[in-house]
Design a protein around this ligand. Structure first.
Ligand code: SAM
Length: 294
């Protein structure tokens, strides 16, 4: 056998999703990927050690890679892959990278020209969307909102204005505060799904209005892991020409010139000039001679 025929397959990174609460959700492919990896990058070595024990995978080298050391660990992992090691990346639960460490590592491995593959599996965001009952043909992923200040207010405003549902992760001790902020931003009547402890023994999915969710959170302290799915803003129906005429008439009755009232209604209701002009034409008599916009 020649030297080149004996050469080990090149190293690669495999991103492996793990359960978000129910260990039976660890897929056979995930188990195989963890069993064949030379090194497993994980957030917490003890936590992942327990998962491996459950899966009957004999511990390989576990390398801690978490929010506080990811940048420093990237070089080590690149060296391992360059030396031919299959490296698996897991997080404590769910899909790595998604509001979890690993994004910088994946980017660096891609940049270095090595393979990145994935063993898909649970992710709290998708599980919550799937069970929400909302129209999730489109959705936005917010992850954790900024904790305070202008950035938080800006993101809440984006959630409020979004035309489709938004997925928000939240820690249990901040659920009540975030629901109250969502009520201020979206109005109390906006629909929300509060999904907690998904796939676990005490899984609960509550669906209702944001103001009701706030009351519930005030009555009983939220416990466990939570995902909020906030429905999109209701679609604004296009004002009819009768509504435009009504609005113009009100302004005219208040003493505003018909031309100015027509322009104001056109801008305020966001309707086409032609629609506003036609509405105004019907009011010509009411507004007196010589007052038509156009
Ligand atoms: N990467 C993970 C994933 O794909 O599911 C998410 C990691 S993020 C650090 C953790 C957040 O996900 C929690 O704070 C909670 O908002 C949500 N989460 C995770 N597991 C959950 C569960 N079983 N039920 C409800 N929410 C969960």
């Amino acid at each position: 056998m020649t030297a080149s025929a004996r050469r080990e397959p090149p190293g690669a990174l495999v991103v492996v999703a793990t359960p978000i609460g129910n260990l039976a959700d660890l897929s056979p492919r995930a188990t195989e990927a963890l069993a064949t990896a030379g090194v497993i990058c994980c957030e917490d070595t003890r936590h992942t050690g327990r998962l491996l024990e459950h899966a009957g995978v004999r511990a390989h080298r576990l390398l801690a890679l978490h929010a506080h050391n990811e940048v420093e660990q990237v070089g080590t992992v690149l060296d391992l892959i360059a030396a031919g090691t299959q490296v698996a990346l897991v997080s404590d639960a769910g899909t790595p990278v998604i509001s979890d460490p690993g994004g910088r590592l994946v980017a660096a491995v891609v940049e270095a020209g090595f393979d990145v593959t994935v063993v898909p599996g649970p992710s709290a965001a998708l599980v919550a969307l799937a069970v929400s009952g909302l129209d999730v043909s489109r959705f936005r992923f917010e992850g954790f909102l900024p904790r305070k200040g202008t950035e938080r207010r800006g993101r809440l405003a984006e959630v409020a204005a979004a035309p489709c549902p938004s997925v928000v992760f939240e820690a249990p001790n901040r659920v009540a505060k975030t629901l109250a902020d969502l009520r201020d931003a979206c109005g109390g009547e906006r629909r929300v799904v509060v999904a907690r402890e998904l796939t676990k023994l005490h899984e609960e999915v509550w669906r209702g209005r944001v103001d009701e969710a706030c009351e519930r959170a005030a009555e009983k302290e939220p416990r466990g892991e939570h995902v909020l799915v906030v429905d999109g803003a209701p679609a604004r129906s296009r004002p009819t020409s009768a509504e435009a005429r009504e609005a113009i008439l009100r302004l005219v009755t208040a003493g505003i010139d018909l031309r100015d009232a027509t322009t104001a209604v056109e801008e305020l209701l966001g309707i086409a000039h032609r629609v506003a002009y036609e509405a105004a034409l019907g009011l010509r008599g009411a507004a007196g001679p010589g007052q038509t916009g156009g």
